[in-house]
Unconditional design. Structure first.
Length: 319
């Protein structure tokens, strides 16, 4: 099994690939290129129930070491790594989307940027909500000395009631906190997850995703669907861990180490690719997916390299 740093990098690489893929298929669906077929709906369901819980879980793996730092160092680190790119790229993307608003799907623009202190938009919600989860965790663990068991219990309760919360970011924070907390508590026993046979994992993954999808399609009770999603996300995370722990490819680890760069910038490039392909008359779904995914993964890395060359990388990526 690979060492822990390499394993996490590989998992981040797989996770960011799912993020970009999810936004590519969502974009071509919203642009009426891909109709609302069962195929699209199932792919959307599989990707969106797994990819963000994975990133909250991975963030939790490092929280144990972070939480022992003094408040000034701990909080300033999260401001640099989460809040700074949140605002910088929130404004950059909003400005670009404002310029091309006639061609985009959802009309994002400067109004969204001005609301960033209180209301995240697009993919940036993750940075915003993760920051507050880190802060809450710090208060509970470092200051109030709450035990892991109590945190797990509280996280579970928040997860269950998350669909009932409708103010600020409370619903999303309550939903994703449990994945973060599990990451903080399982960090020293992560190898146990790899003891389950891969074929068993894949079978459980497929069965749970099909059951979950049918529940959603039949518009079952929201609390039931929400409760079911934690199991779907959990098995998805376990499979990602299994694949990542067996992946020995340097460029995959490189993608993982730069996943934040791809995360903050990919939508600019995937949206631009979709618009360009439509302008030249290409409406083939597989072509949009393949080209959109490649551009969404590669272009942010190229942009980062250019930024490093002209010495502005530390201003836009905090490197």
């Amino acid at each position: 099994m690979k060492n822990r740093i390499e394993w996490v990098d590989a998992a981040k690489a797989l996770g960011i690939t799912l993020v970009v893929y999810g936004h590519v298929i969502l974009g071509i669906h919203d642009a009426n290129i891909w109709e609302n077929t069962i195929n699209y709906q199932f792919q959307h369901s599989v990707v969106y129930t797994m990819h963000m819980p994975l990133f909250f879980f991975l963030s939790g793996l490092f929280a144990k070491k972070w939480v022992i730092r003094n408040p000034k160092i701990a909080i300033s680190q999260k401001i640099r790594s989460l809040i700074y790119p949140y605002f910088i790229w929130g404004f950059i993307q909003a400005g670009i989307m404002q310029i091309f608003s006639k061609n985009t799907n959802n009309g994002q623009g400067i109004t969204n940027a001005l609301q960033l202190p209180f209301i995240p938009y697009a993919q940036f919600w993750f940075l915003y909500d993760l920051f507050w989860i880190f802060i809450i965790y710090y208060v509970l663990k470092h200051i109030l000395k709450i035990t892991d068991k109590i945190l797990l219990l509280g996280g579970t309760v928040l997860f269950i009631i998350s669909p009932l919360l409708d103010f600020w970011e409370s619903s999303r924070i309550a939903y994703y906190a449990i994945f973060f907390i599990v990451g903080t508590t399982i960090v020293n026993n992560i190898s146990l997850l790899n003891r389950i046979n891969m074929y068993v994992k894949v079978t459980i993954f497929l069965v749970l995703n099909i059951v979950y999808f049918l529940l959603v399609m039949r518009k079952q009770e929201l609390l039931l669907v929400n409760f079911m999603s934690i199991f779907v996300a959990a098995i998805g995370i376990i499979i990602i861990i299994a694949i990542a722990s067996r992946t020995h490819i340097a460029w995959i680890d490189y993608i993982g180490r730069n996943s934040i760069v791809i995360y903050v910038a990919h939508i600019i490039f995937t949206a631009g690719t979709r618009i360009l392909l439509l302008k030249i008359g290409i409406i083939n779904v597989p072509i949009h997916i393949i080209i959109g995914l490649i551009i969404g993964m590669v272009a942010p890395i190229i942009m980062q390299k250019i930024a490093q060359k002209i010495k502005i990388s530390r201003y836009i990526f905090q490197e």
